[in-house]
Design a protein. Structure first.
Length: 409
């Protein structure tokens, strides 16, 4: 019998459904007038910092509910926040031109709306005025440990244990033996070189010198005792001795102003060092001195910030003679040297003249150096010997004579 024969064209009655299904195993029938129930779309998951930072787009608009990490707005313009659950890429910096009137505390929950961008190399959400709303108190986000990739915890709270300060620069940024820095932008910790820390906790920020932790308050640091003063010498300080030190040397220059700071240079053997004296006074050139102060790093230079000194008998200040250019003038930073013969390459300009030794001459310690009439400062001038202190002048190494007696024509 054909499937198109009359028995199969008749309306299907309820009693005939079972025989029909028996002919087509695995099939089922729906009533013709029935419709599938409409289902409402599921609610979209709220945007989080982690999902925003996982696939960011410059200029992307975002609304977030986050937990405050830092208790103040940096420079009146930004604050750190994070997803409540923490984890990789959960921290973010909020930035705004508006100076918000309240001081958020860690653990507060806020709702923010802004635009994703980079500010000072860090991922941030820029907030228009009035787009931050307080929702109440929450729980502080727990800190992360030492990550393999610092980018994953940018703007997040990081905690290190049992670390030691191995250097402090002139801005108070401390270098840790764990390969991380502690930056005092939020809290002036005043860490000392050689100081041990049982706990170093802070918000991870990208600074001009690299990644650094920014402690929020004293509770983020568990400090060991201030290290005792180390009896050292100039060569050992240049080689790495740091923190509070006491050393004996001879003043190789008189007091002077250099780059806006009062100070002088000292010499011990062939090693030299610049001393930043501030308001503590300074010895005369040739005085034997016992110095007390704090070693700090300024760029790639080692300095001593003077806290006290005692002057003794005068002693000869001997310059170390070199008969060939140094492969790296940085190793002689602050030292009193005698070089020569030197030949000028070009005429002096802006207090500097280059030479055939790969080191320049500068008038930093002798402002009238290139004005004295006994020497015609022209291209090709030969100087049999020049003494002076090795300094850096506008990014270039130079020898700085102290007076006309340092020139042998």
């Amino acid at each position: 019998m054909s499937l198109l024969s009359p028995p199969f064209r008749r309306p299907v009655r309820a009693a005939g459904i079972v025989p029909l299904l028996a002919l087509f195993p695995g099939c089922f029938l729906l009533p013709l007038d029935s419709a599938a129930p409409e289902s409402s779309p599921p609610d979209a998951d709220p945007l989080t910092v982690a999902t925003l930072r996982a696939s960011p787009a410059e200029g992307q608009a975002a609304e977030l509910t986050v937990v405050v990490q830092s208790g103040i707005f940096l420079d009146g313009s930004s604050v750190y926040v994070a997803d409540a659950v923490g984890g990789p890429r959960s921290g973010l910096r909020l930035w705004s031109d508006e100076r918000y009137s309240y001081r958020p505390e860690p653990g507060e929950i806020v709702e923010v709306s802004g635009t994703y961008t980079l500010v000072d190399g860090m991922e941030a959400l820029v907030l228009p005025a009035g787009t931050l709303r307080e929702l109440g108190a929450g729980d502080p986000v727990p800190p992360e440990g030492l990550p393999e990739d610092w980018n994953l915890v940018e703007s997040g709270l990081v905690e290190l244990s049992d670390v030691t300060v191995v250097g402090v620069d002139g801005a108070g940024v401390a270098e840790l033996d764990a390969g991380m820095r502690v930056d005092p932008a939020l809290y002036p910790a005043n860490l000392r070189c050689r100081q041990a820390l049982s706990r170093a906790r802070g918000l991870l920020a990208l600074t001009a010198t690299g990644w650094a932790l920014r402690p929020r308050d004293a509770a983020d640091l568990e400090l060991g005792p201030v290290p005792e003063r180390l009896v050292s010498d100039v060569a050992a300080v240049q080689a790495g001795d740091c923190g509070p030190v006491q050393l004996k040397a001879v003043a190789s220059t008189d007091a002077m102003m250099l780059e806006g700071e009062a100070g002088f240079f000292v010499q011990s053997g062939s090693a030299g060092l610049r001393v930043v004296s501030g308001g503590t006074g300074a010895p005369a050139r040739g005085d034997t001195v016992v110095l007390q102060g704090e070693v700090f790093e300024e760029g790639h230079h080692t300095r001593l910030r003077l806290s006290g000194w005692e002057s003794g008998l005068a002693a000869p200040v001997t310059a170390t003679p070199l008969d060939a250019p140094a492969p790296d003038w940085a190793v002689w930073d602050g030292a009193l040297l005698t070089l020569g013969p030197l030949i000028l390459n070009g005429t002096p300009h802006a207090g500097f003249s280059s030479t055939d030794w790969g080191i320049g001459l500068t008038d930093l310690l002798h402002p009238s150096l290139f004005e004295e009439e006994a020497t015609q400062w022209t291209d090709g001038l030969r100087l049999e010997a020049v003494s002076g202190v090795v300094v850096e002048h506008q990014g270039r190494w130079a020898l700085a004579p102290r007076d006309n007696a340092d020139l042998a024509r």
